[in-house]
Design a protein around this ligand. Sequence first.
Ligand SMILES: Cc1cc2nc3c(=O)[nH]c(=O)nc-3n(C[C@H](O)[C@H](O)[C@H](O)COP(=O)(O)O)c2cc1C
Length: 176
Amino acid sequence: MKTLVIVIHPDLKHSVVNKRWIEELNKFPEQYVVHSLYESYPDEKIDVEAEQKMLEKYDKIIFQFPYYWFNSPPLFKKWLDEVLTHGWAYGSKSGFKVSGKKMALAISLGGDEHEFAPGERYKYTLEELTRPFELTFEYVKADYQPFFAYFGIEHNTSVEWVERSVPLYMDFLNRF
Ligand SMILES: Cc1cc2nc3c(=O)[nH]c(=O)nc-3n(C[C@H](O)[C@H](O)[C@H](O)COP(=O)(O)O)c2cc1C
């Protein structure tokens, strides 16, 4: 069963990390299906039915995005609001269509890992900062898994630093 990787990056043309990850995923079309929201919906008008049909086809779903203002890029929030509908994702006997599906976030971050901790620059861990995603996916009874995070892009834009992330991400996906 393939893993669906939903990418939420508003500017892939200028992306370094997420673009590199997509390039790697595309080498294994028998394992991964990459669905880029901003590319599919340049006008940000989400085809809710198409998204729901796509989700129904996969049991393992990754949401890959760059961390923006301690959150995801906004199309992910819009996607959650519009796609996880009452009667489909939750709220009735016929709902809970994503129940039991494995879901996880894959996040690239400018900040360094040590900065995301009590007493440090960003005060909170990434686990804490991503609680709304955890609660949303638990609400719809998905099998929410620990995220993959790659930190330090701001201070480390070197090719080596970006390349270092690739086997780490692929290993995470292989074990997902
Ligand atoms: C609008 C914007 C907001 C950002 N906010 C954060 C942030 O809150 N925390 C952080 O660690 N990095 C932040 N960054 C850095 C991005 O996370 C980083 O550039 C991105 O993950 C790199 O991935 P890419 O090469 O695929 O774009 C921000 C970048 C932009 C453009």
